[in-house]
Design a protein around this ligand. Structure first.
Ligand code: NAI
Length: 457
């Protein structure tokens, strides 16, 4: 029986990063992963392949819309080449993790892990029984398929299949105006599909700052996406050569394909958690304390399978904090500094508190805004749509949240995450030198506007 210091279950961004960090800290580490490729949902069928499609289709779309200073004729989309690029990117990333595992002496077990007790795990496919001093559950999440939806993987699909449609659908209905719905809806729209997004709430991207949601809706509508908010989908199923969507109130819509993107659920199937003395909460998540320990102190859990936003980088930070707690007795995640980015064009991003959250908490705040249209660099790029806003404490000037929509705003906000992490004030950020002409000046100016006054407004 193999005995490890740490056995990690799941090799996604939570598990594989934790495994590497644990090995760096001198632990003997094993990882059980059921998929052949390492990297989890994010790398195989999530963040990475969707970004490969978003990056490539953005360029195609730019050419379609018309380039500044050039006329292009006879543009032809080569979908197989586009999909092949995406697959190559995924493969290269998965191989990268394999290499890192070898480099760090991490032992990989291919198969499904099942707890036999709180000290022992069975790998179903190989029959190996593994024991360890610590366990880390990082099994992630799976698409949420409500009972009213019939997914056949062809006409009614989840995000996984929507990464590889064999042809551009004539009409695509996306159920759910969240991050997945928007990112993948945009990809197929750029390639020529007529796309309709159906959102139950009164705004798309409902977890973001409401001002961003509204701005994003306007921009995407202008781009040609059809968006309907405040509509509840009651039933979805394949029908004939396409699919049928039924709304509350009786309206029926049809499309060539339907993408179901109404959220994800924690994935704990087959783990036999109860054998380890564990249970899930009402949402299927594994409860953990502030050190990411479950109620069995030598079993930790991180990422999508525990409460909090389902973001790859959140999982990685938690993975690191968990193994540092095991090895050194301390480990910490600054949840307020975790950015969230929607990789559409323009990008939509936020870090820290939203205005709605600050209001609900009764925290007094001031707002500094700066538009892309007032940035020399943004004008030069032909990217004048969007803005960045900095929310700072009304009395202390501490930055509490930064939100933006605009070209590459996700990259611009990396600095805002650092500012929040370092507990910087709007004055700090506004006084710090920024390269001219760069998009980062938009953030600097928004910080100046929150503190006293922007220069270029
Ligand atoms: P989501 O929770 O972001 O959005 C689902 C949307 O579906 C919500 O707006 C909800 O109101 C709507 N909805 C639910 N039931 C509905 C119904 N019956 N009719 C119409 N609308 C309905 O979930 P999504 O987009 O599936 O993403 C899953 C997770 O993956 C999220 O936590 C997201 O943060 C994460 N993710 C993050 C990405 C990023 O950071 N760039 C990219 C993709 C996913």
């Amino acid at each position: 029986m193999e005995a490890y210091d740490l056995l990690v279950i799941g090799a996604g961004p939570g598990g594989y990063v934790a495994a590497i960090r644990a090995a760096q800290l001198g632990m003997r580490v094993g990882v059980v992963e059921k998929e052949k490729a390492l990297g989890g949902t994010c790398l195989r069928v999530g963040c990475i392949p969707s970004k490969a499609l978003l990056e490539t289709t953005e360029r195609i779309y730019e050419v379609k819309k018309g380039l500044i200073g050039a006329r292009v004729q006879g543009l032809e989309v080569d979908l197989p080449a586009l999909l092949a690029h995406k697959d190559k990117v995924v493969q290269a990333n998965a191989q990268g993790i394999e290499f890192l595992f070898k480099k760090n002496g991490i032992i990989r077990h291919l198969g499904r892990a099942r707890f036999l007790s709180d000290r022992k795990v069975l790998v179903e496919e190989t029959g190996e029984e593994l024991s360890a001093r610590y366990f880390l559950i990082a099994t992630g999440s799976a698409p949420l398929i409500p009972p009213w939806a019939e997914v056949d993987g062809k006409r009614v699909v989840t995000s996984t299949e929507a990464l590889s449609f064999p042809e551009v659908p004539g009409r695509l209905i996306v159920v759910g105006g969240g991050v997945i719905g928007l990112e993948l809806g945009v990809v197929w729209h750029r390639l020529g599909a007529e796309v309709l997004i159906l959102e139950y709430l009164d705004r798309i991207l409902p977890t973001l700052d409401a001002e961003l949601s509204r701005a994003a809706e306007k921009v995407f509508r202008k781009e040609g996406l059809e968006i309907r908010t405040g509509v509840k989908v009651k039933a979805v199923r394949p029908e004939g050569r396409g699919a049928r969507v039924e709304l509350e109130g009786g309206e029926v819509l049809t499309a060539d394909r339907v993408l179901l993107a109404v959220g994800r659920r924690p994935y704990t199937e087959g783990l036999d958690l109860e054998r380890a003395g564990l249970a899930t909460d009402e949402k299927g998540r594994i409860p953990v304390d502030e050190h990411l320990r479950t109620r069995v102190p030598h079993i930790y859990a991180v990422g999508d399978v525990v409460p909090g936003p389902m973001l790859a980088h959140k999982a990685s930070e938690e993975g690191i904090a968990a193994v540092e707690h095991m090895a050194k007795g301390y480990g910490h995640v600054d949840y307020l500094a975790i950015p969230s980015v929607v990789y559409t064009h323009p990008e939509v991003a936020g870090v820290g508190y939203t205005e709605e959250e600050l209001k609900a908490k009764g925290i007094p705040y001031k707002v500094g805004r700066f538009p892309y249209s007032a940035s020399g660099r943004a004008r030069a790029m032909g990217e004048t749509e969007g803005f960045v806003k900095v929310l700072a404490h009304a009395k202390t000037d501490r930055i509490l949240g930064v939100h933006g929509i605009g070209a590459r705003v996700g990259d611009v906000l990396a600095e805002a995450a650092l500012a929040i992490f370092f507990k910087a004030s709007a004055e700090d950020l506004g006084r710090a030198p920024h390269a001219h002409p760069s998009l980062s000046e938009i953030l600097k100016e928004a910080a100046l506007a929150a503190w006293e006054k922007a220069i270029h407004l």
